[in-house]
Design a protein around this ligand. Structure first.
Ligand SMILES: Nc1ncnc2c1ncn2[C@@H]1O[C@H](COP(=O)(O)OP(=O)(O)O)[C@@H](O)[C@H]1O
Ligand SMILES: [Mg+2]
Length: 461
């Protein structure tokens, strides 16, 4: 039987359909839940029963199809009903870059999806900074196929800082040229910073948590209209493990969000954050597809050779948040020694796009020499003799960003009193010294300590 059954279910208006996919499958006598697709939205639901798992093998017909289409979308996989899953990296109408978040537990397929996205970026002429906080294990084929790859927290900080400086530079150049928006490749390329295992950068206690949060937030907010995008791949139990929940929630709601296999606490958070519409429940993704059955002690136990579900998930920011999808099945099925030739084919030959030459002076040596680790950090964050008497000490673990070289908005000449006044002008109500400290340290200027804020306040008084 090769029939597909599609049932439309409707509850009385005002009622919201909720369901338990396992119970539903059981009630319908379907022993393999991967044959069942349920999309519920408010009082309506669509239930599809397939003769076999429709996502068992999702193939990319040709790597050339990874390049961005004229709507700025890349094709990453298929929904259960065969429709294409797209992720938008560029909005040609507004000239803006995108923010992208991919969540999932270990082994869910995040890094493989990252390779599909990185290959699509290369094929679309996007300049990409790629940081892998799993020391390069996540996507070894990315090296040489992205503009700048790093494998350390210091390297990622250097990339974030560089992308941020490029963003500021573009803002100034475009303003001087009287341009109101970014236009892809006219003349500057889209620039993306892609961070795999971003949780290691952003979790509580991580050495650069606050600084990284600042950059990601600022790039997420301001970079869009300057062609500077950001993509994070993370395994996170709670959203606030990702550098402060407010930032991430706001970004989540507006960007592209893909959720691969999750934990229950992740799901609770997403629901609590209003990311999923009410009544929208996602059928959980088991580790393996296929039917399970009870096995009596009198039977011989068969090997569990059911296929894995890596790459299966939901694009929850899209028009079909409840439709199960799967990223393309890529790579050689049997692990190879060294780099995977099939993954390399995804990227294609030739060098990746690079950052516009005009921005190289602000990007600095960390970028030009493609540095990593401490060398990258030192080059990006030129140590300055600090107002706090930090001397030339390294900035590890400081609580605020210290952009190197100053920027038009935050020239080093600005006093702390100036910066305090600038913050106070933007708030209506009273603000205590701690809140003021946080706000001043978030302005992108040199980091200050509480004592300096108090001194500035008494001077101002
Ligand atoms: N889209 C995919 N196509 C083929 N194999 C995949 C895919 N996604 C994941 N895999 C397989 O599952 C393993 C774990 O995936 P990975 O992307 O490393 O997960 P994560 O980064 O979420 O821990 C990979 O080594 C690969 O063998
Ligand atoms: Mg990974």
């Amino acid at each position: 039987m090769n029939r597909i059954y599609e049932l439309t279910v409707e509850a009385p208006p005002g009622d919201i359909i909720t369901y338990d996919p396992v119970r539903l499958a059981d009630a319908m006598r379907i022993d393999d839940p991967s044959r069942l697709a349920i999309e519920a939205m408010g009082s309506r639901a669509l239930v599809t029963v397939y003769p076999s798992d429709p996502l068992a093998d999702v193939r990319l017909p040709d790597p050339e199809l990874l390049a961005m289409d004229e709507q700025g979308r890349i094709w990453i996989g298929r929904y259960h009903n065969g429709r294409k899953v797209y992720v938008q990296l560029y909005d040609p109408a507004s000239g803006s870059a995108q923010r992208l978040l991919v969540f999932g537990t270990t082994g869910a397929g995040k890094s493989t999806l990252a390779q599909i996205i990185l290959a699509a970026m290369k094929r679309s002429g996007i300049a990409t900074f790629y940081g892998d906080l799993k020391e390069g294990q996540s996507a070894p084929e990315a090296r040489g196929n992205v503009d700048w790859s790093v494998y350390s927290q210091e390297g990622v900080m250097a990339q974030l800082h560089t992308a941020w400086c490029v963003m500021k530079d573009r803002a100034a150049r475009y303003a001087a040229a009287g341009r109101s928006k970014f236009l892809r490749d006219r003349p500057d390329p889209l620039l993306y910073t892609v961070i795999d295992e971003a949780n290691r950068l952003l979790e509580k206690g991580a050495p650069y948590r606050d600084e990284a949060t600042f950059y990601i937030k600022d790039i997420g907010r301001t970079g869009r209209s300057l062609g500077v995008g950001i993509a994070l791949l993370a395994q996170a139990g709670h959203l606030d493990e990702l550098g402060g929940s407010d930032t991430m929630r706001a970004m989540l709601k507006e960007g592209e969000v893909l959720l691969l296999r999750w934990t229950s606490s992740m799901m609770q958070q997403l629901v609590a954050d209003g990311l999923l519409p009410p009544g929208q429940k996602l059928a959980p993704i088991p580790k393996r597809a296929g039917a399970t059955r009870l096995i009596s002690q009198f039977e011989t136990e068969a090997d569990d050779d059911r296929p894995g579900t890596q790459g299966t998930g939901y694009r929850i920011s899209g028009p079909y948040p409840g439709a199960k999808m799967r990223a393309f099945n890529v790579g050689t099925p049997v692990p190879t020694e060294g780099l995977d030739p099939e993954i390399l084919t995804l990227y294609g030959d030739g060098p990746p796009a690079a950052l516009e030459k005009a921005a190289w002076p602000v990007a600095g040596r960390a970028y030009v020499d493609k540095l990593d680790s401490d060398a990258a950090y030192a080059a990006a964050f030129t140590p300055k003799d600090g107002e706090e008497g930090r001397g030339g000490d390294r900035a590890r673990g400081r609580t605020s960003p210290a952009p190197a070289g100053g920027t038009p908005q935050h020239s080093p000449q600005r006093t702390i009193a100036d910066r305090v006044m600038a913050v106070l002008e933007t708030v209506d109500g009273p603000m205590d010294a701690h809140a003021l400290l946080e706000a001043v340290n978030a302005d992108g200027g040199r980091p200050v300590k509480l004592g300096s804020i108090r001194n500035a306040l008494s001077d101002l008084r």
